[in-house]
Design a protein around this ligand. Structure first.
Ligand code: GCU
Length: 605
């Protein structure tokens, strides 16, 4: 029987395990696609733990023998009241809500367990990598806590070199997707909060000193000069490194400092990346102990007066918003197939731009957009009434922003980092968002910054204006408008005259109307395809009059799951503002937008 002081010690260890929320996971390793990895995807055993019995005992005190230990009875009289190996299994990656009926609207704790064989080679390091876990993950290896992560849409990794055993190992992950006031996102959103290990899990084997991170992009405003950096991570950080672009016979050599950091600057002569010519170059980054290969496109993006310039040419962003909802099967999207379907629909519709709403989407769709030539707007879920006064919330948002930019900063297709969506104006909010802008500019000064602002209505209700003080911090001024849906009927669009006090490129970041596919009627009948079609016609005519309009992102490409949408036989748990259903059926508005974008393409050629 454990002596009292040992008992206290065990309790303390578990406490540390459980409570230290903010403890930072290891520094993010980028370009996992280009690394030596072992996939841990597939069936994982799960325990659904609505009362957190895997942590707390009946006194709501942390228990010494939590599920993280994955214990087995040592004798027939031993009392262990759980067993992962005889528990149900669930697919990883994937949300739990669409995989098990009883978990359809489940928010709470689910424990995941995966066993794996491994024998690490002497001069190697090993990292455990998660593409994303919604929302709060605490990770244990062989019963020992190795780290924690908060935020459901960005990757994280932990070093397990000294912890992995030669042979059989087991990972246990505590996953909780309960929404919290201080969370990012917070309690209320208009999308379903899919829980689980929603993206791939990998073991990454590296050399003792690896090339952990790098930024290889054109210098702001230059079409032939790379300005970036490379970061090594290990015990021999001062090394000779080289950056090679074989296709243009370009190779440049640099030296990393004692922190493994090297600024890189090199002249190149390349074809510039654009939606019509999504040219990617193989880029080899070599150090004395590691090599990483990536596919990178080079383009410039900037604003000039009222114009958005891509490679120096004024561009019109023919956009659409999309949630990370899987076409056809619904649930959290993650696969190549999901991405291919969405991006192919986008190309068919004549889009050159997608807004990945309202959180960072998986790396697969971002890399595919790079290959297929679709510009992207990437945002973090600072959405509606975030707890702007709370420093924990700010740290969380800054962390998600940093992980998002770290993962995708070498993707040419991403042109806009967005800070927030429809957040109520206040001093706390403004200060909070400005801190996000400052962090973004520090991490990446080569891209544009925006946010989906809201419109204000004067008494007369017919000259809506955008006068948000946060607008002055943005490169592209974007706002959501729902004239004809949340405000009046589509006919109102004819009477509206916009007042926008910003001499910047304008992008309408949302407009739309709900429609049940296959439901027809006259154009004033809500929920019919005809109403949605009419709203698109009148909205596009209205916004076309906005002088510095440089882009539109209607809400939304595909119907998606939202618990707020309960109208029977119309919504049935789905937001129906898609112009395509979740089963790929096109609605009338689809063709209106397709024609309008065709005209816009000719106008801007
Ligand atoms: C909002 C919001 C979306 C929401 C949409 C709607 O503007 O940004 O997340 O789904 O409107 O009401 O359909």
């Amino acid at each position: 029987m454990l002596k009292i002081h040992n008992y206290v010690l065990v309790i303390l260890i578990i406490c540390c395990n459980f409570i230290v929320f903010a403890q930072k996971s290891n520094e993010l390793i980028i370009n996992v696609h280009g690394r030596n990895t072992t996939s841990l995807d597939g069936e994982w055993n799960i325990i659904i733990d609505r009362y957190n019995n895997g942590y707390y005992d009946y006194r709501q005190q942390p228990t010494a023998d939590g599920y993280a230990l994955n214990q087995k009875p040592k004798s027939k009289s031993d009392r262990i009241e759980y067993n992962f190996d005889t528990s149900p299994t669930i697919k990883v990656p994937g949300d739990w809500n669409t995989q098990m009926k009883e978990l359809y609207y489940y928010e709470g704790t689910v424990w995941y367990k995966k066993s794996f064989e491994y024998s690490i080679k002497k001069n190697k390091r090993l990292f455990l990598y998660f593409g994303a876990v919604n929302y709060h993950a605490i990770v244990f290896l062989n019963g020992e806590r190795i780290g924690e992560h908060i935020g459901g849409f960005t990757p994280f990794n932990f070093e397990i070199t000294s912890k992995v055993k030669d042979g059989e190992n087991f990972i246990v992950v505590y996953v909780n997707n309960e929404r919290k006031k201080e969370g990012v996102p917070t309690l209320k959103t208009d999308w379903w909060n899919y829980g689980g290990i929603t993206r791939s899990v990998k073991l990454i084997e590296t050399s003792k000193t690896l090339i952990q991170d790098y930024f290889i992009q054109l210098k702001k405003g230059s079409e032939n000069e790379i300005e970036g950096w490379v970061k090594l991570n290990g015990n021999s950080n001062e090394q000779d490194i080289s950056i090679e672009i074989p296709e243009i016979n370009s190779i440049s050599k640099f030296k990393t400092d004692k922190n493994g950091y090297a600024k890189v600057n090199m002249k190149i002569n390349v074809e510039l990346w654009s939606p019509d010519n999504p040219k990617l170059y193989e880029v080899k980054i070599k150090s004395e102990t590691d090599i990483i290969i990536d596919k990178i496109g080079f383009r410039t993006i900037e604003v000039f007066g009222q114009d958005i310039l891509l490679n120096g040419n004024s561009i019109f962003l023919r956009g659409m918003s999309v949630h990370e909802e899987a076409p056809y099967r619904t649930g959290r999207a993650y696969s190549e197939e999901d991405a291919k379907t969405i991006l192919t629909w986008a190309k068919e519709l004549g889009l050159n731009f997608l807004r990945l709403a309202h959180y960072p989407h998986n790396e697969t769709i971002v890399r595919m957009a790079d290959e297929m030539g679709i510009l992207l707007w990437s945002e973090i879920p600072v959405y509606w009434v975030i707890d702007f006064k709370n420093p924990v919330t700010l740290r969380n948002a800054l962390n998600q922003l940093t992980e998002n930019i770290t993962r995708d900063k070498n993707r040419a297709c991403i042109i806009i980092w967005s800070m927030a969506n429809e957040t109520p104006i206040s001093e706390f909010r403004n200060q909070f968002l400005v801190k996000l802008v400052n962090q973004t500019r520090k991490l990446d000064n080569t891209r544009l910054i925006s946010a989906a602002l809201e419109v204000e209505y004067p008494k007369d209700k017919f000259s809506p204006y955008v006068n948000d003080p946060f607008g002055k911090h943005l490169d592209v001024l974007s706002f959501n408008e729902y004239i004809g849906w949340y405000d009046g009927l589509p006919d109102k669009c004819k009477k509206v005259n916009w007042v926008i006090n910003f001499d910047k490129p304008i992008v309408i970041s949302e407009f739309g109307a709900g429609a049940k596919q296959g439901f027809y009627g006259d154009k004033d009948e809500r929920w019919t395809e005809d109403f949605q079609e009419d709203l698109y016609i009148k909205t596009l005519q209205m916004i076309d009059k906005i002088e510095n309009l440089r882009g539109v992102i209607p809400w939304i490409l595909m119907d998606f799951r939202s618990p707020n949408r309960v109208l029977p036989e119309i919504q049935d748990g789905f937001n129906r503002k898609g112009i395509i259903t979740e089963n790929g059926k096109k609605k009338k508005a689809y063709y209106i937008l397709k024609d309008w974008y065709k005209e816009k393409t000719e106008e801007f050629e």
